[in-house]
Design a protein around this ligand. Structure first.
Ligand code: ADE
Length: 242
């Protein structure tokens, strides 16, 4: 069974490619896919690039061309939930698209054709990621030490959320409709939808790089440069060992 591991940026992939046994590099659909073995599993590693469309085309290629039977996304996110701080880890149990709005034809945030605002991740995969994240958090090493592991709803959209005003509005509007969002990023909901179309299990783990506020543009690049890679390495290896 092939496990696909996606990340948006090279730093979010850590040193997973160099840890591959029997690596094979394949160019397809303007992406570089790495097939190989990791912790005894057949895996495909790929960088999706940023945003929902890039993530969706990548996930579709993984399903159709690379025979992926389950998918995991590893990367960073902006914390918007109360108590979701830089360095914490969020394991997504559900996703929504915060920039989806086909109202008044469909309810706000509902994905047309799916009859739902929220799409669930695979509970078993999410549980394995949460175990691996907790093990990593428990280790408490240096700058890459995760503080808390949260599980819950993550929102994706084609926006880098970089003001406290936007982040608070997003959180408040969704909360008023009963959706308590922990974090924002730009890919996961798209991969969730593609995996749902193909009937494949998907889950995601995101380390919090910034608070999606007025200093996000400074915090995000520093965190991605220094911390995202070691987090991805530890959590993905821990996940595959389970
Ligand atoms: N990924 C990490 N931080 C983010 C932010 N503030 N907005 C969107 N995606 C992000």
């Amino acid at each position: 069974m092939t496990t696909a591991i996606l990340s948006a940026l090279p730093e979010e992939q850590g040193s997973l490619v160099s840890a591959l046994e029997a690596p094979e590099r394949i160019e397809h659909a303007s992406r570089v896919f790495w097939r190989g073995r990791l912790e005894g599993h057949d895996v495909v590693l790929v960088l999706s690039g940023i945003g929902k469309v890039a993530a969706a085309t990548t996930a579709n290629a993984l399903a159709e061309r690379f025979g992926a039977r389950r998918m995991v996304f590893t990367g960073v996110a902006g914390g918007v939930g109360e108590g979701v701080q830089v360095g914490d880890v969020v394991v997504a149990t559900e996703y929504l698209q915060h920039d989806m709005d086909a109202s008044p034809i469909f309810p706000r945030w509902e994905v047309p054709g799916y009859g739902a605002v929220r799409m669930g991740c695979d509970p078993a995969l999410a549980a394995l990621l949460a175990e691996a994240a907790a093990e990593f958090a428990g280790r408490g090493q240096g700058a890459a030490a995760a503080r808390r592991v949260h599980r819950g709803l993550v929102a994706s959209g084609d926006r880098f959320v970089s003001t406290a005003a936007e982040s608070q509005r997003l959180r408040r509007e969704l909360l008023a409709a009963g959706h308590e969002v922990l974090a924002v990023e730009m890919e996961g909901a798209a991969v969730t939808q593609v995996c749902r179309d193909h009937g494949l299990p998907f889950a995601a783990v995101r380390t919090i790089s910034d608070r999606a506020d007025d200093s996000a543009h400074v915090d995000f690049p520093a965190f991605v440069r220094d911390v995202a890679g070691p987090c991805a390495d530890a959590i993905v290896h821990g996940f595959l060992r389970r």
